[in-house]
Design a protein. Structure first.
Length: 132
């Protein structure tokens, strides 16, 4: 999801999460690597930490984009008061929206959190079936 379209402005090129925040993208990739290593060594508690950390970063990023959009909209509304370009500026800011990349990243976070839960339940069922 990091390299998929995350944010876009109508009629312009979409931006991926990597293009918007390389630091955030590197942190997400590091958390994904932790989850892979945890899976190899069957330390599934690290999936929780990785999933919750990724989810927190994703929520923070979405909140920051929404906050910056609101700030820019307010600034444009105030600075272009009475200008014929006010409508164009406001329309451009309002056309900024999220693309499908955030949903893919959200799904990845949910999977990281659910894998240990489902894995523990399946493991307990197999253990119970073997001991019977």
């Amino acid at each position: 999801g990091i390299f998929m379209p995350f944010l876009g402005v109508r009629y312009f090129k979409d931006q991926s999460y990597w293009q918007l925040s390389q630091t955030g993208a590197i942190i997400l990739m590091a958390l994904a690597a932790v989850a892979v290593v945890a899976a190899v060594f069957k330390k599934f508690v690290w999936h929780y930490l990785s999933g919750i950390g990724s989810l927190a970063l994703l929520i923070y990023s979405i909140q920051q984009v929404s906050q910056r959009k609101a700030t820019v909209l307010s600034d444009i509304t105030q600075s272009l008061e009475g200008s014929p370009l006010k409508g164009l500026g406001v329309g451009l800011v309002k056309s900024v929206d999220y693309r499908y990349g955030w949903a893919v990243m959200l799904l990845g976070c949910v999977i990281l959190i659910l894998v240990p839960l489902l894995g523990n339940r399946i493991g307990k069922r197999k253990t119970a079936a073997i001991s019977e």
